[in-house]
Design a binder for this molecule. Structure first.
Ligand SMILES: [Zn+2]
Length: 98
């Protein structure tokens, strides 16, 4: 789970999950209210995860049933959402991606 770089308190899965849906790059720490950003490392990890997505679409080119492809897609979505808070790492500053 991500730890606030300002107050060193750990965010819960639920808190991180809620922060996932903010469009802003910054997330406010639920403990100290200080702004936190995704670290570059965490952003690269999540980018790698989303790279899997086209492969799932490619699966549809094979002759599998619609139900199966929708099922795979749902499992992937649930996994993504479930794993995401574990991959999140916080930084005090908005780091450049590269
Ligand atoms: Zn904090």
């Amino acid at each position: 789970m991500p730890t606030c770089q300002n107050c060193n308190k750990e965010w819960s899965w639920k808190q991180t999950f809620i922060k996932m849906f903010t469009l802003d790059n910054s997330m406010e720490c639920p403990h100290c209210g200080e702004k936190q950003y995704y670290s570059t490392k965490a952003r690269k990890r999540t980018a790698a995860l989303t790279f899997i997505f086209p492969f799932i679409i490619l699966l549809n080119m094979f002759d599998i049933s619609l139900y199966l492809s929708v099922g795979i897609f749902l499992v992937y979505l649930i996994l993504m959402v479930g794993i995401f808070p574990f991959l999140t790492e916080l930084s005090n500053e908005d780091e450049p991606l590269w």
